[in-house]
Design a binder for this molecule. Structure first.
Ligand SMILES: C[S@@+](CC[C@H](N)C(=O)[O-])C[C@H]1O[C@@H](n2cnc3c(N)ncnc32)[C@H](O)[C@@H]1O
Length: 303
C-alpha cells in the first residue's frame, strides 16, 4: 500500500533523544567522545566540517550561514569554536521547539550572531535571503518519503519529478522515493549564489578508492530503505537523484563519502578491524561499530 511517511509530528510535539539515533555529528560532538580515538586528528565534527569548507574556499570571512535541523547545536558549536571569526551571522531553523531551546543554550556564547526560526525546512528555506551557505546535516532522511511505490502507478507529483529530472527508478516495485529531499534540493538549487552542504545516510553509498572494502556485506538495491527508530522511521537517501536535480538547474555539484570529512582513511588497523572483524579490545569494537555505520554516509556540496 503506497503512503507518505513523515516525522513532522514526532519532532514538533515531543522532546527528542538524539542519542537513540546515533548521528555522526553527535558521535564526534566533543573531543572527549570515545569515538575520537578513531580519528587521526581528534576534532569535533563542526570543526572538521569548517576545515573541509575552508579548504574548498567556501568558508570565507563575512559568511552568513543557515543550519537547518541543527539538533543539539553540536555542529554549529564546533564550527563557531574554531571558525567563528569567519562567520558574521547564523540562522538556525528547526521544526522542534525542544531542539531550538537546546541550541539556544549550547550556542549562548555567540548569541549576538544568532537567530532562530521554528519551522519546517521545506517551508522556511525557499523564502530565506542574505544567506551564503546552508547546512543540512542528517535531516533529509526525516523529510517526507513516498513508500511502497509501483513504477506503473506513480502518484502524479512523483511521476512529474521523475520525468522532469530524468530520475532512475527500478523496473518493478515496490520502491521508496525521497520526496522531501528532492523538493529541498530543487528549491535550494533555484537560489543562485547560495551554496549548500548536505549529508545523510545514503541508499547508494560510495567509498574512498582505497577503502572499497567498506562495501562488503552491504546488500541494498540502491533505493531508499526504512530505518525504524524510537517513535519514528527515517529513510536513507538516494544521492544520485539529488545530484540529477541540482545539475538540471545548472548547479555545480561535488560529493563523496563522509569518511573523507571526518578524516578516516585507509590504514592497516582499519582493514584488520573491518575485514577481519578483529574486535578484541574496546577500542577495536568502537572502531568496527563506527566504520560499519559511517560507511553508508555521503556528503554533497552544491554551488
Ligand atoms: C536526526 S536529527 C539531526 C540533528 C543534527 N543535524 C545532527 O546531525 O546530529 C534531525 C534534526 O532535524 C530536525 N528536523 C526534522 N525534520 C525537520 C523539518 N522538516 N524541518 C526542520 N527541522 C527538522 C529535528 O528537529 C532535528 O533537530
Amino acid at each position: 500500500m503506497k503512503r507518505i511517511s513523515t516525522t513532522s509530528s514526532y519532532y514538533r510535539h515531543r522532546p527528542v533523544d538524539l542519542l537513540t539515533e546515533y548521528t555522526i555529528c553527535e558521535s564526534f560532538s566533543s573531543e572527549v567522545s570515545p569515538y575520537m580515538t578513531v580519528l587521526e586528528e581528534p576534532r569535533s565534527y563542526g570543526a572538521l566540517l569548517g576545515q573541509f569548507l575552508r579548504e574548498r574556499g567556501i568558508l570565507v570571512p563575512g559568511m552568513r550561514i543557515c543550519e537547518a535541523g541543527g539538533g543539539y547545536g553540536s555542529l554549529m558549536r564546533g564550527m563557531l569554536e574554531d571558525w567563528g571569526d569567519m562567520v558574521d551571522g547564523v540562522v538556525m531553523v528547526d521544526l522542534s521547539p525542544y531542539m531550538l531551546k537546546r541550541q539556544k543554550e549550547v550556542l549562548s556564547r555567540w548569541s549576538g550572531k544568532l537567530s532562530f526560526i521554528n519551522g519546517d525546512v521545506l517551508e522556511v528555506l525557499p523564502g530565506l535571503s542574505g544567506i551564503d551557505l546552508v547546512i543540512v546535516n542528517e535531516v533529509m532522511g526525516d523529510l517526507p518519503t513516498w513508500v511502497g511505490l509501483d513504477p506503473a502507478d506513480l502518484p502524479g507529483e512523483v511521476a512529474q519529478l521523475i520525468e522532469r529530472y530524468g530520475l532512475h527508478i527500478p523496473p518493478e516495485g515496490p520502491f521508496n522515493f525521497n520526496l522531501g529531499a528532492v523538493r529541498l534540493v530543487e528549491s535550494l538549487s533555484m537560489k543562485r549564489g547560495m551554496t549548500f552542504f548536505l549529508s545523510e545516510h545514503s541508499s547508494d553509498p560510495i567509498f574512498a578508492e582505497d577503502m572499497s572494502y567498506l562495501g562488503r556485506r552491504l546488500n541494498g538495491d540502491g533505493y531508499p530503505r526504512e530505518i525504524i527508530l524510537h517513535g519514528h522511521s527515517e529513510f536513507t537517501i538516494r544521492f544520485s537523484h539529488l545530484d540529477a536535480v541540482a545539475r538540471a538547474h545548472e548547479r555545480e555539484t561535488a560529493g563523496g563519502p563522509l569518511t573523507e570529512i571526518v578524516g578516516i582513511t585507509d590504514s592497516p588497523r582499519n582493514r584488520a578491524v573491518f575485514i577481519g572483524r578483529m574486535t578484541s579490545s574496546d577500542e577495536q569494537e568502537i572502531l568496527y561499530e563506527l566504520l560499519d555505520h559511517i560507511r553508508e554516509y555521503r556528503w554533497m556540496l552544491v554551488r
